[in-house]
Design a protein around this ligand. Structure first.
Ligand SMILES: Nc1ncnc2c1ncn2[C@@H]1O[C@H](COP(=O)(O)OP(=O)(O)OP(=O)(O)O)[C@@H](O)[C@H]1O
Ligand SMILES: [Mg+2]
Length: 446
């Protein structure tokens, strides 16, 4: 197991975070300075000083009651002195609750303690003799700093402590999650490109994690063998179509000779029609495989330069069939396309629209920052919702009897789809109102 494997990283991160959390939980209360603690030497000196001062006072006035002593020492003393008997009973009339608590917590003069509270610090006790009675002295001094330490303040507010822990850990966890998933995002971007049909996408070379590097490599291998298989299959299709051409040409030639000898018969007409259909089908199959094996570079062309001729031809063709063809004013925006493939895609869609329209065909163009969408709509018979995606399959035709009259092999949409996939774009069909609409979406730049 290597240190930079995904396993080590996830394990290490969790382990580190959990140990930090447990250590913080254990150590935090120790940072609270307000705990009962051993007296410091300076405070002990202070306590001894007070003890000597009070003993001197008692020696001078042995008849004074403990109350009077207290009054005397509190006169010119910044410290507050408290006296108790050995059982912790206080001589002072008024004693703050926290001091009473400290007296209960610290009762041994041999082991004086100290406690820092929010505003005051207490320490003691020390032993003195008064009137043959042992008394314990406790001292309270105001704190120099009036504000609480952040840690102490947080310890007093557990909810805020939790919130602070959440706020501090959030960016750390977010960074860890981001760091661990970053190569996966790169892989996912690359596989989306592959899924869209761009098998030339290189998989990113990922260095910082063993398992993901291996995953990227095996995905690259998978795509490479997919590319090979697809290429072989396309080549086979192209070869078959090509090879079929010669016997078909000979068949048509033989047919023409037979017709010359025997004259036109119904059966010969039928054979000729089917032979023509077969020829057309083979021509389209060759077209399709040419598109799939296409290797050219994309070009930057202005939209009007590219589309104007195409639309003018379509208008002419539509008018010939007694139908109308409308297209919008074309802009000079630059589009980045494979001219031949884009031409084939649009031409096939327009030819379908003219073929299947009853009266009119219209084109709309939507230019966005990163996409251009051409929508070609025609009236006429709608495509059932369940067939909207099937029609892009090769040789798929909706209604064989109807389309026997319109002719065609059922390859036009397949050719258009392949051309769009080569562009990294997409094509889809829908019925909008009483119109069939075909949408061709090109990415604007690569
Ligand atoms: N604009 C449209 N309006 C109605 N139906 C359509 C339209 N475009 C395509 N279709 C349906 O989708 C089917 C497949 O279309 P496709 O272009 O692939 O084949 P085709 O037009 O029949 O033959 P080919 O294009 O190979 O000459 C068509 O047979 C037709 O039923
Ligand atoms: Mg067609």
């Amino acid at each position: 197991m290597q240190w930079n494997s995904l396993f080590s990283k996830i394990f290490g991160a969790f382990w580190l975070l959990i140990s930090l959390l447990i250590s913080a939980l254990i150590l935090l209360p120790n940072l609270d300075g307000r705990q009962l603690q051993a007296i410091t030497s300076s405070d002990l000196e202070d306590l001894n000083k007070q003890t000597r001062y009070i003993t001197k006072l008692i020696d001078k006035n042995p008849m004074l009651s403990s109350q009077s002593i207290l009054r005397l020492i509190s006169k010119d003393n910044s410290r507050q002195i408290y006296l108790t008997d050995l059982y912790g009973r206080l001589v002072n009339h008024r004693t703050p609750r926290k001091m009473r608590q400290f007296v209960l917590d610290s009762q041994s003069h041999e082991n004086p303690l100290k406690k820092i509270n929010t505003f005051k610090t207490y320490f003691g006790p020390a032993l003195i003799q008064h009137d043959n009675q042992p008394l314990l002295i406790y001292v309270s001094i105001p704190n120099q700093k009036r504000t609480l330490e952040l840690v102490e303040w947080l310890l007093d507010h557990p909810l805020l402590l939790l919130l602070t822990a959440l706020i501090i850990s959030m960016p750390i966890c977010a960074f860890l999650a981001w760091h661990l998933t970053q190569p996966l995002r790169k892989l996912s971007d690359a596989s989306i490109k592959v899924a869209r049909g761009d098998l030339t996408t290189p998989f990113p070379e990922i260095k910082h994690s063993d398992e993901i590097t291996r995953l990227a490599r095996s995905m690259q291998l998978m795509v490479n063998s997919l590319k090979n298989m697809l290429n072989n299959q396309q080549r086979l299709l192209s070869d078959i179509s090509h090879e079929l051409r010669s016997p078909l040409t000979r068949l048509i030639l033989a047919l023409a000779i037979t017709k010359k000898h025997t004259g036109e018969t119904k059966e010969l007409q039928r054979i000729e029609l089917e032979a023509q259909r077969m020829e057309q089908m083979i021509a389209e199959m060759l077209n399709l495989s040419r598109i799939q094996l296409h290797q050219d570079k994309k070009e930057n062309i202005s939209a009007n330069e590219f589309l104007e001729d195409l639309f003018l031809d379509a208008q002419f063709e539509a008018n010939e069939c007694g139908k109308s063809f409308h297209y919008p004013k074309l802009s000079e925006d630059i589009i980045n396309i494979y001219p031949e493939l884009a031409y084939r895609a649009i031409e096939n869609i327009i030819r379908n629209a003219i073929k299947y329209a009853q009266q009119q065909i219209s084109v709309t163009i939507e230019m966005k920052v990163d996409t251009i969408t051409l929508t070609i709509s025609n009236d006429g018979e709608l495509i059932p919702e369940s067939e909207l995606s099937n029609i892009f399959r090769p040789f798929y035709r909706l209604n064989e009897s109807r389309e026997r009259e319109t002719g065609g092999a059922g390859l036009g949409l397949s050719i258009a789809e392949n051309a769009m996939l080569k562009h990294g774009g997409k094509i889809w069909a829908d019925n909008l109102g009483n119109q069939v609409s075909m949408h061709l979406q090109f990415p604007r730049f690569n």
